[in-house]
Design a protein around this ligand. Structure first.
Ligand code: GSH
Length: 205
């Protein structure tokens, strides 16, 4: 097995689904968590191929792009995390792109807004617009549940489950359990995710 080092900030963000997937896949890895000044200094030195993290070093070779890393981890150690059925795989990939690309870009300005009232207003506008559309889209993709493609947890559920957890935690002003209530399949997925034995084992480690 290669030697793995995952580099990210000391926060969940894009890295948490990767940390979870590696835990579920039983792949030992160094969980390197940088404070922002350390990240900035390393970025300046060219440590990150595209200037961003997460970055997974595989036997020292730096690899980036969250969704690609997630699929690699699933292929390597936890096949159930990525469906063998092509259509189910399409749903998983579409959800990953929706969150890693569309939703991340939408959320970015409000993450940097320091005025809480403005932040909440920005998020209200997002829910009325493009973020609401993204959540409705994902809600429409979820079948009989509890997870995106059925009974098995996939890498897309790690992203969706972490999103639900964040909304419910109150850490994102303007996004809450109440927000999720408008998307009942997503809310139910979030509950099934929080109760999944692999996820509770990760939380208790
Ligand atoms: N397409 C990349 C985007 C990575 C990304 O935007 N990372 C952010 C953190 S979530 C970052 O490193 N930002 C700091 C910077 O760009 O200086 C992925 O999916 O992994």
């Amino acid at each position: 097995m290669p030697v793995f080092r995952l580099t990210y900030f000391d926060s969940p963000g894009r890295a948490e689904p990767i940390r979870l997937a590696m835990f579920l896949a039983k792949l030992p890895f160094e969980d390197r968590r940088l404070k922002f000044p350390e990240f900035a200094a390393l970025k300046e030195q060219g440590a990150f191929p595209l200037g961003a993290v997460p970055m997974l070093e595989v036997d020292g070779r730096p690899i980036v792009q969250t969704a690609a890393i997630l699929r690699y981890v699933a292929r390597l150690g936890a096949p159930a995390l990525y469906p063998s059925d092509p259509y189910a795989g399409l749903l998983v990939d579409s959800v990953l792109e929706t969150f890693n690309d569309t939703v991340s870009h939408l959320m970015r300005p409000s993450l940097f807004e320091r005025d809480v009232a403005k932040k909440i207003e920005m998020r209200r506008a997002l829910l009325d617009g493009a973020l609401g559309a993204a959540l409705r889209y994902v809600e429409g993709l979820i079948g009989d549940g509890p997870f995106l493609t059925g009974a098995e947890l996939t890498i897309a559920d790690l992203v969706l489950g972490e999103t639900c957890r964040q909304y419910k935690s109150g850490s994102l002003d303007g996004l809450s359990a109440e927000t999720l209530a408008a998307y009942p399949k997503l809310a139910r997925l979030g509950e099934a995710y929080a109760a999944h034995p692999g996820i509770t084992a990760y939380a208790a480690r």
